[in-house]
Design a protein around this ligand. Structure first.
Ligand code: GDP
Ligand code: MN
Length: 418
């Protein structure tokens, strides 16, 4: 899921006409002081990480002066919240809170809903999960008919809101829905939606998650990898993602595990798993024999042969790797012959460039017999150390790890002799 930090979400709010407090992002104490000076009023300093519950974790602090804002930033920057390092804070004008509400939308994928669900509660500020059900107004929105102002007015009134508070709240909720649709969100939440003492409504927080499958419609997001990826992607990872972006059949998850410089130190194997659990077993087997994975690549969910081919080509492009290992420690119910075809094509192109290169392939599951035949026939004439295993060895991680190690050692001897 493409997730956005609070300050990024609030930029969208601003453009959508949802009022947010004035604020600036700061990466250092000095920047935080400067931001507070520019705002010229008491501020709130807020950790910018992709996690909720920052308030409880000490990641939200009030400051009356720029000096205090600096102290707050000093305490928050470098902090870890739910395992995430805080690298930046949002310094915002403090709101004089009279009341906190909740307004949010999520996609409910359940058969009987399959669409956005709008929620509004007068009990904002806390986890919506802990708010009693009778304090939350919900509405399944028909995306064809859309949402009307009278819908949000009714929701607000149904929660006992009266007088001049009704209209500004209903207006913001309607705009929230419009933004949700425009940005192809799967979740968009304001918690708390604040009513100030002078009767204005502000979004004091924002949680926004967009649908990965719709990212192609949103180049303006500037998101390079359309799935949860908590760091700046490397060139290798961007290449891996390009297979996904251009073909959604099955998955090909690729991550770099060591830099190209590190790879050249030796001891790394080009790694290709099928399915997360199987991939973990295989990594474990390699670690136990003192080898490391150069990359993490996982092709599953019935990917096409072309997708598998591209993954193998990418894996094989890593400098210094001493082998290629297909870790199919599972009886996959996908049709494995797509894997077999993709692997054969890629290895037939790559192996002639490196005689004696170790290749261990464990592949089993649906269409296993045919897949084994494709692998064996397709790779038989190559000058490489190719070993191919089937279901007989599907749980024998120790044996398979041992074979990879033996072939790598033989290959090293060849290399040393040459
Ligand atoms: P979360 O804990 O990660 O959801 O972070 P929030 O942005 O929701 O902040 C947590 C709490 O801090 C809110 O529920 C508010 O009670 C409080 N807070 C946030 N901004 C302000 C502000 O401008 N003024 C005041 N008085 N409290 C604030
Ligand atoms: Mn919040």
């Amino acid at each position: 899921m493409a997730k956005f930090l609070e300050f990024q979400g609030k930029e969208f709010f601003k453009k959508a006409g949802i009022p947010v407090p004035d604020g600036f992002v700061a990466k250092t104490v000095e920047e935080a002081v400067e931001a507070a000076e520019k705002i010229g009023k008491p501020v709130v300093v807020k950790a910018q990480v992709l996690a909720g519950g920052r308030g409880k974790a000490g990641g939200v602090k009030l400051a009356s002066t720029p000096e205090e804002a600096g102290q707050a930033a000093g305490a928050i920057l470098g902090m870890e919240i739910k395992g995430l390092l805080v690298k930046q804070v949002l310094v915002e004008e403090q709101l004089a809170i009279a009341q906190e509400f909740y307004a949010g939308l999520i996609i409910n994928s359940a058969q009987e809903v399959r669409g956005p669900v709008l929620m509004f509660s007068p009990e904002g500020g806390m986890d919506i999960e802990s708010v009693p059900e009778d304090k939350i107004a919900t509405k399944n929105v028909d995306v064809i008919k859309g949402l009307m102002l009278h819908d949000t007015l009714n929701m607000v009134v149904s929660m006992g809101i009266d007088g001049p508070r009704i209209r500004p709240l209903a207006a913001v909720i309607l705009k929230l829905y419009e933004l949700f649709r425009k940005n192809d969100c799967r979740a968009l939440e304001i918690n708390p939606l604040v009513l100030t003492e002078d009767g204005k409504v502000f979004a004091a927080d924002c949680r926004m998650e967009a649908d990965d499958q719709a990212l192609f419609r949103h180049p303006e997001f500037g998101i390079k990898i359309g799935r949860e990826f908590l760091k700046e992607p490397t060139e290798f990872e961007l290449m891996g993602w390009s297979f996904e972006a251009s073909d959604f059949r099955g998955t090909s998850y690729v991550a770099e595990m060591a830099s190209p410089e590190e790879l050249l130190k030796g001891g790394y194997v080009g790694y290709h798993g099928i399915g997360g659990g199987a991939a973990m077993l295989g990594m474990d087997a390699l670690n136990k024999v003192g080898l490391k994975v150069a990359d993490y690549a996982d092709t599953s969910g019935n990917p096409t042969a072309s997708k598998v081919y591209r993954a193998v080509k990418l894996i094989m492009s890593q400098p210094g790797i001493e082998g290629y290992f297909l870790s199919g420690f599972m009886m996959a119910n996908q049709e494995q012959w797509h894997h077999a075809h993709g692997i054969v094509k890629a290895l037939r192109e790559e192996l002639p460039k490196r005689p004696g290169f170790p290749v261990v392939l464990l592949l089993c599951g649906n269409k296993e017999k045919e897949s084994q035949e494709i692998l064996k026939k397709g790779l038989a004439d190559l000058d490489a150390r190719v070993e191919i295993y089937d279901r007989e060895r599907v749980y024998d991680a120790k044996f398979i790890g041992g074979r990879v190690k033996t072939l790598v050692e033989e290959y090293r001897k060849d290399q040393a002799a040459a």
